[in-house]
Design a protein around this ligand. Structure first.
Ligand SMILES: Nc1ncnc2c1ncn2[C@@H]1O[C@H](COP(=O)(O)OP(=O)(O)O)[C@@H](O)[C@H]1O
Ligand SMILES: [Mg+2]
Length: 150
């Protein structure tokens, strides 16, 4: 599925729609160059999943956690992992959190250990906006996509 996002607001809305469909165990991988809108989308996802707090977390952290009533969203930004910085939490542990979904920017920085069933979103600059391509690679991810369409 290919979408045009003409403003930051639309990126957030897409995230929020997908976030409403997020369930524990869901994995969302966000790809795209710097500035493509990955963090913006992740914030929308946290909102849609029911997180009410501040989502503008400090950029120096590689891992953020958004605890909503319904669901916890772990948001990883692994950009600096490939550049030698360390993650204080174990990725395996987060993936096993029975109450949580995991959203990852720069997933390639962690190697190939993501679950097979995941929602892959690639964002790209399409001046003045962005475009997003969405692909579900398994049944759990397909459910997230379906509930975003509804
Ligand atoms: N659809 C869009 N159209 C225009 N600007 C956008 C859009 N989505 C996000 N942005 C803007 O792009 C900038 C970079 O976004 P960010 O989410 O930090 O990117 P990334 O995490 O991929 O580096 C932000 O200023 C954000 O407001
Ligand atoms: Mg980012």
């Amino acid at each position: 599925m290919l979408l045009k996002l003409t403003s930051e607001e639309e990126t957030i809305k897409l995230g929020a729609r997908l976030g409403r469909g997020l369930r524990a165990g869901a994995v969302v991988l966000l790809r795209g160059e710097l500035g493509a809108g990955k963090t913006t989308l992740a914030r929308g996802l946290a909102r849609g999943a029911g997180f009410k707090g501040r989502v503008s977390s400090p950029t120096f952290a590689l891992a953020h956690v958004y605890r909503g009533k319904r669901l916890t969203v772990h948001h990883l930004d692994l950009y600096r992992l490939a550049r030698g910085e360390e993650l204080e939490v174990g990725i395996e542990e987060l993936l096993e959190d029975p109450r949580a979904a995991v959203v990852v920017e720069w997933p390639a920085a962690a190697g190939g250990r993501w679950p097979k069933d995941r929602l892959e979103i690639t964002l790209a600059h399409a001046p003045p906006g962005r475009r997003a391509s969405l692909k579900a690679t398994g049944p759990a991810a397909r459910k997230v996509l379906e509930s975003a369409r509804a």
